[in-house]
Structure formats: C-alpha cells, structure tokens
Design a protein around this ligand. Structure first.
Ligand code: FES
Length: 106
C-alpha cells in the first residue's frame, strides 16, 4: 500500500491509502475515494478534468509527458507541477506525496 495526502478544493487535506500492485491510476483512486473528479474521457489524457497539482513529492512525479502537457497548456490555469491524475500510476513513488485537486468539480 502507498499512502499520500489529497487536498480538496476547499483546502481540506485527507490521507488516502491505495494498493500499488493493481495498476490503478491516481484518477481511479481519487474517484473511488469519492473526490469530485469528472474524468469525462475515462483516463485517455483528453479532457484534463483530472488536473491535479503535485504540492509535495514533485521530484518523483512532476515529469508530465508531452500528451499531458498538450492538455495542461490548454487549461486556463496550470502550475509548474500540474499533472493529469489519470496519467499517474499508483506506485511507491507516490508515498508521502501531497496532491491538490485542480480540476473542475461540477
Ligand atoms: S481523465 Fe480525462 S484527462 Fe485524465
């Protein structure tokens, strides 16, 4: 299991545990944890509604792929450590990270 922290749109932080051996994406775990992530494209890196900012742990995680960057650059606001949660695999690299929800929540 991997443990990391999620900050919601109201600034509330909560610890989330997720299995790191099931090939899940961060987006899938956020949805399963009932965070308001629309993920309208189903994890295809097409909608950017799963936008998150990596607040801590960015050294391990902030390498967005070109496909992600294309989507992130189309957003009205994105951050140096923005990622698409659907493109982050749950792995030990996520241990101790702090992830802030940045996607639309409605
Ligand atoms: S779920 Fe659509 S870009 Fe991640």
């Amino acid at each position: 299991m991997v443990t990391f922290t999620v900050e919601d749109h109201d600034g509330n932080r909560q610890t989330v545990e997720a299995p790191d051996d099931m090939g899940l994406s961060l987006m899938e775990v956020l949805k399963a944890s009932e965070y308001p992530v629309l993920a309208t494209c189903g994890g295809m890196a097409l909608c950017a509604t799963c936008h998150v900012e990596i607040v801590e742990g960015e050294n391990e995680l902030c390498h967005a792929t070109d496909v992600e960057l294309d989507q992130l650059e189309n957003l009205p606001a994105y951050f140096p450590t923005s990622r698409l949660a659907c493109q982050i695999r749950i792995s030990p690299l996520l241990e101790g990270a702090v992830v802030k929800l940045r996607g639309e929540d409605n």
